[in-house]
Design a binder for this molecule. Structure first.
Ligand code: ADP
Ligand code: MG
Ligand code: MG
Length: 211
């Protein structure tokens, strides 16, 4: 099927928490090389808060769910990534409104709005060695797939691959935004932590829908 229900979105965010929790140590390790060694703990705190919110009360519609997730992330993640991930979800929420199901076109448009929000807030462009390097390719794949009528599960698999490729492409880059940019050329030859967590976000959706 090519629609995401509220339950699909909940399954996505629960899996995101699972994966972040599992990989938190590694995310923090990546951040210790070019940042301040807190990205894994920041994200794990945030996704745990999302999990407990969603477990306490099931939101009525997709907008309410995405908004609740965004608020939880903003108030618990902290750091640069907290407001950026928060913005991603709050902008998605704004775009979908009170819809109870999202078809592939609406989801692609919502994700595009979310990433546009991240870019507007953080001012990072593709190639600046940030989460945008994983998020922007995801947007492009989802848009093309929606226009071509590709089933959502297939589109998300391709999107997850594109996000992973964008993540890996950050390795040789010199950071131009965030803490890693303070290192100048010494930021090269390291994977960006935020691009890594963003690839996990997209992979979690692809995986949760494949089940
Ligand atoms: P902090 O750097 O404040 O400790 P985190 O360690 O949680 O925050 O997150 C770092 C990640 O945030 C980076 O790896 C990068 O991907 C992302 N990031 C930092 N600044 C920006 C920005 N201006 N735009 C997009 N992403 C950013
Ligand atoms: Mg950090
Ligand atoms: Mg920090």
């Amino acid at each position: 099927d090519s629609r995401l229900t509220v339950d699909d979105l909940i399954a996505w965010l629960m899996r995101f928490d699972e994966q972040i929790t599992r990989q938190a140590e590694r995310l923090t390790e990546l951040d210790s090389a070019i940042g301040d060694a807190d990205h894994g703990t920041n994200m794990a705190r945030g996704t745990a808060a999302v999990r407990s919110r969603l477990s306490a009360a099931r939101p009525d519609d997709a907008g309410a769910l995405l908004k609740s997730c965004g608020m939880a992330l903003v108030s618990t993640v902290g750091g640069a990534s907290g407001s950026l991930y928060g913005t991603l979800f709050l902008e998605m929420a704004r775009r979908v409104g009170a819809a109870s199901e999202l078809d592939r076109t609406v989801f692609a448009a919502a994700f595009r709005s979310g990433v546009a929000g991240v870019v507007a807030r953080g001012r990072a462009e593709l190639g600046d060695k940030t989460m945008v390097d994983a998020l922007q390719p995801t947007v492009d794949v989802l848009d093309t797939a929606a226009a071509d009528g590709v089933p959502l599960a297939d589109a998300l698999r391709s999107a997850a691959d594109a996000a992973a490729a964008g993540r890996d492409a950050t390795i040789p880059l010199v950071a131009r935004k965030g803490r890693a940019s303070y290192l100048g050329d010494r930021s090269a030859d390291h994977l960006d932590p935020g691009a890594t967590s963003a690839a996990i976000l997209v992979q979690a959706l692809a995986d949760s829908l494949a089940e």
